[in-house]
Design a protein around this ligand. Structure first.
Ligand code: ATP
Length: 271
């Protein structure tokens, strides 16, 4: 575990020694993290590493077997999901989970139902995503994958969270669409938000993150600032072989290793 990032004060979100089971499966095994105000913290890892389980546990959708979730100095481990949401933790779930038969604006209104005070309104979301206002009466099922992802982000923003959890924004999207969505990040951060994101697209995660952690089969295999870790360390942590090459299974094929950096780990399902 690395030291707190200097100058950032106390963490806004902290996970300590989290253990989460799905039945017999130990999906998270003593995972810890500290996310400081205003930073972008990225969790990377392959399919099944436990990334979604971690985010869903932070918002209260899974109950941990051991460990704790602390937010703004308070223990939230037993707090109900709705209360965590009203206190300022918002999740953009994997696969968007919009109400497809409802319009863009109706989906945004749902996000605003229990909104806290803050800068984000539906109008502000329309300003962020220039195309959205003109299509506010369109059902979200009729939108492209990238447009749906933008509505899902907007729905989370209008709740005026302090911490935004983003679960695999790039999933199923073409790289150019992913880049367009991530290009919004500075504007989102400028309103004072803190971001914890999960990505399989490692290049993308490294581009935006100030801190990263790699999970493999529920374990932390790497943690640090993107500038402090080498591509070799990331590959070793992601695929699960010793950095010196003498532990675990053989390393990735050149194609697998290449896909990690081109973002094509997720683009095979691009829409
Ligand atoms: P992906 O990128 O595929 O979503 P992930 O890193 O987000 O992967 P999780 O979805 O957290 O991983 O899953 C971690 C492990 O827990 C996997 O082995 C998965 O099959 C299992 N799992 C996740 N959710 C459940 C569930 N509700 N019931 C049973 N097993 C689950």
């Amino acid at each position: 575990m690395s030291e707190p990032r200097p100058g950032n004060g106390t963490p806004l979100l902290e996970v300590r020694d989290l253990v989460v089971h799905h039945g017999q499966l130990r999906a998270l095994d003593r995972v810890s993290l500290r996310v400081f105000p205003g930073e972008v913290y990225a969790i990377i890892g392959a399919n099944g590493a436990g990334k979604s389980t971690l985010l869903r546990t932070i918002v209260g959708l899974h109950r941990p077997t051991e460990g704790s979730v602390r937010y703004d100095g308070k223990d939230m481990t037993r707090v109900r999901p709705e209360r965590r949401a009203t206190q300022g933790i918002a999740l953009v779930p994997e696969g968007r989970r919009l109400f497809g038969s409802l319009t863009v604006e109706e989906n945004l209104q749902i996000g605003a139902t229990y909104a806290g005070k803050g800068p984000w309104t539906i109008e502000r979301v329309y300003e962020l995503f220039g195309w959205m206002k003109d299509r506010r009466n369109q059902r979200t099922a009729q939108l492209s994958g990238g447009e749906q992802q933008s509505v899902a982000i907007g729905r989370a923003l209008v709740a005026n969270p302090r911490v935004l959890l983003l679960d695999e924004l790039s999933l199923g999207l073409a790289p150019v669409v992913v880049q367009r969505i991530y290009a919004m990040m500075p504007q989102i951060l400028a309103t004072g938000l803190t971001v914890l994101l999960v990505e399989q697209d490692v290049s993308q995660a490294l581009r935006v993150a100030s801190h990263l952690q790699c999970l493999l089969e529920g374990h932390t295999t790497l943690e640090g600032r993107p500038s402090e870790v080498t591509p070799e360390q990331v590959e070793a942590a992601y695929f699960g072989f010793g950095a010196d090459g003498d532990e675990g299974p053989a390393g990735p094929s050149p194609e697998e290793a290449g896909s990690l950096w081109s973002g094509s780990t997720t683009s095979s399902r691009a829409s």
